[in-house]
Design a protein around this ligand. Structure first.
Ligand SMILES: [Zn+2]
Ligand SMILES: [Zn+2]
Ligand SMILES: [Zn+2]
Length: 135
């Protein structure tokens, strides 16, 4: 699904900034920090950028993956809906390149987490991301 269709699917009007933010997050292999989104999309107003991220998060298009030193990292969701985010994966902060990656967890871990009365699970880990681990 292309960006315009995705926005339509999530019942969002397509505006220049929505298309740009969604494209930036879809094309990235990992999560993108708010700081770098601001740099990448400097032609847009900061408040509009922030609101766009809030709306996308609410609609199940993106999720907050990581937070550090007041900077938040956002990643694209796949398979989430307006009513709920459904992902139990962990967020790996790479100590080499500083990137943040969504990493799938095993089914065993998933089912043990499912037994716990959490509303939302946010697991983060530090290490080398899939790009850096190859070197
Ligand atoms: Zn999600
Ligand atoms: Zn890395
Ligand atoms: Zn994630």
């Amino acid at each position: 699904m292309n960006t315009i269709d995705t926005l339509k699917h999530f019942k969002l009007r397509n505006t220049k900034i929505r298309v740009a933010v969604l494209e930036a997050l879809t094309e990235s292999s990992g999560a993108v920090s708010y700081g770098s989104l601001q740099r990448m999309l400097s032609q847009f107003d900061r408040t509009t950028l922030y609101r766009t991220l809030l709306v996308f998060n609410e609609k199940g298009l993106i999720h907050k993956a990581y937070e550090e030193n007041g900077d938040s990292y956002y990643a694209r969701c796949f398979g989430c809906s307006v009513s709920a985010h459904s992902h139990e994966h962990l967020h790996l902060k790479c100590s080499t390149c500083g990137g943040v990656e969504c990493v799938e967890i095993s089914d065993q871990l998933k089912s043990s987490l499912a037994k716990l009365p959490f509303q939302e699970i946010n697991i983060s880990a530090k290490g080398a991301c899939s790009t850096c681990v190859r070197f």
